[in-house]
Design a binder for this molecule. Structure first.
Ligand code: GDP
Length: 463
């Protein structure tokens, strides 16, 4: 994406394209107000203050296009930092097109995806982490993703990074001091203090990096494959988890269907369940083969596996299945199903399957919907590991994740340098690398235009 010179005024539909009562068309740029005033009949908008609302008509060659409300925002007190006009009109496709066309005829350019937010960034209204949080907020479809995005939009992550930056700059200042006094042969800037500071930064970076596993789960959901031999009860379990008859459960041979994928929301986090059932229209051998192939495919992209087995099977048979799918290499929950057929005798089953090499075991009856909440709780705890704490920064963005890994490597270089007692000027070079990688996250350094393009092109038009 190319940057349009900020001297242009841009326009786009800011609301969604679907049905609605009202649509908002947004303009940003130095001519935003004068452009709209040419076809707005009501008060003369030029000279009006910011944060004001004006009722009037949009008129084209004496034809009234619509009755609208126009909101004015004056630079720099607007989303983009430029003059912004928002026209709230009736959400007819014809009206929207006509008004945008009028804006373009009078000198505005159609905005590119993310261009409003990009201007906000370029005008210093927000840093890159906040701009990216805008996109995340718009995309959030569950409570946790929404809270994480809102936290970052309000500068949660920015604040952590700013502090780290301050500390690095303080570090550089201490080193600089040492350089300035080097003639006088003072060893100083108490190097042990520097080591402590650096260790702290290193740990902070590491914690952020490790939070990405959770952050990714929050943002993109958690893939859960349900594997088990045919008739173990996978579809029945899926239905019980979904709490509805979505996947067709049937004991009638001949029902075929593809892998079923459904989402459930557990305490604000999306879990995507992949059921590998639906292979009945085959001979027993074929069923086995297709079942294994499907399960293997589901396992390729899974984060957590629910291994469903029939408690009426022997320990040996169940062990064979575990080996078949190499389940020990996954985060796995072993779920013994059809406990109702053994009188729900939990003590017996725990004893019978005590030697299963999977730590997390749950015994259920999918048919009777017994033990379903236990599975949900365990899934949540395996991913979140306790309460979600949004006061701590959680990395949800892969770009930040990669930059933090670079930062960590650069911090190790400084640590090594300190250990080897490198002179201050060499240490400063490595510290600058650290500052550089921090800067790529926030956009404080001269950010590559390609990177900016990649970030903002993910937005939709009008944002
Ligand atoms: P899948 O092939 O693994 O998807 O298995 P299904 O969910 O289609 O179930 C196969 C058969 O086992 C069906 O007749 C289900 O009603 C039955 N079934 C599933 N779960 C249970 C359970 O907890 N108890 C009992 N008694 N039967 C079950």
């Amino acid at each position: 994406m190319q940057l349009i010179s900020p001297s242009t005024t841009i326009v786009a539909l800011a609301t969604g394209n679907g049905q609605g009562a009202i649509a908002v068309i947004r303009l940003s740029g130095k001519d935003a107000i004068s452009i709209v005033s040419t076809f707005f009949k009501g008060k003369n908008l030029i000279g009006e203050a910011g944060y004001t609302l004006h009722f009037g008509e949009i008129v084209n060659n004496d034809e009234v296009i619509d009755e609208v409300l126009v909101a004015l925002f004056k630079a720099p007190k607007s989303y983009t930092g430029e003059d912004v006009v928002e026209i709230s009109c009736h959400a007819s496709a014809y009206i929207i097109e006509k008004i945008i066309q009028l804006c373009i005829e009078h000198g505005a350019q159609l905005a590119m995806p993310g261009e409003f937010t990009q201007r906000a960034f370029l005008n210093g209204k927000m840093d890159l982490t906040q701009a990216e949080a805008v996109a995340d907020l718009i995309a959030s479809n569950a409570a946790a993703a929404h809270r994480a995005a809102m936290h970052n939009l309000k500068g949660g992550f920015k604040h952590v990074l700013d502090e780290m930056r301050e500390q690095l700059i303080h570090f550089t200042a201490l080193i600089q001091l040492e350089l300035d006094f080097s003639d006088e042969d003072v060893t100083f800037a108490d190097r042990s203090q520097l080591v402590a500071l650096l260790n702290q930064l290193y740990n902070q970076t590491n914690n952020l990096i490790q939070s990405f596993a959770l952050g990714n789960a929050i943002k993109n959901g958690v893939n859960v494959a349900i594997v088990g031999k045919p008739n173990a009860g996978k579809s029945t379990l899926l239905n019980a988890l979904l709490n509805e008859e979505r996947a067709i459960v049937s004991a009638i041979p001949g029902t075929t269907r593809d892998t079923v994928e459904e989402s459930i929301n557990i305490n604000g986090i999306i879990f995507k369940l992949i059921d590998t059932a639906g292979i009945r229209n085959h001979t027993v051998d074929e069923i086995e083969a297709i079942g294994i192939a499907r399960s293997k495919k589901a396992l390729e992209k899974t984060d957590v596996v629910i291994f469903l087995f029939d408690v009426n099977d022997s320990l040996d048979t169940v062990m064979q299945q575990i080996n078949e799918w190499n389940l020990l290499q996954y985060k796995c929950i072993a779920v013994g199903n059809k406990c109702d057929l053994l009188d729900n005798n939990l003590a017996y089953m725990q004893h019978h399957f005590a030697d299963l090499p999977i730590q997390q075991k749950i015994f259920i009856s999918a048919l009777q919907k017994n033990g379903i909440d236990a599975i949900k709780n365990l899934l949540y705890n395996m991913v979140v590991g306790g309460q979600l704490n949004f006061e701590q920064a959680i990395i949800t963005n892969i770009r930040h994740y990669h930059a933090l890994i670079e930062l960590k490597n650069a911090l190790v270089e400084v640590q090594n340098g300190l250990q080897q007692n490198l002179p201050g000027d060499l240490l400063t070079i490595d510290i600058n690398h650290c500052l550089y990688f921090l800067g790529t996250i926030t956009g404080k350094i001269e950010t590559d235009r390609d990177i900016l393009g990649a970030i903002f092109s993910k937005f939709c038009i009008g944002k």
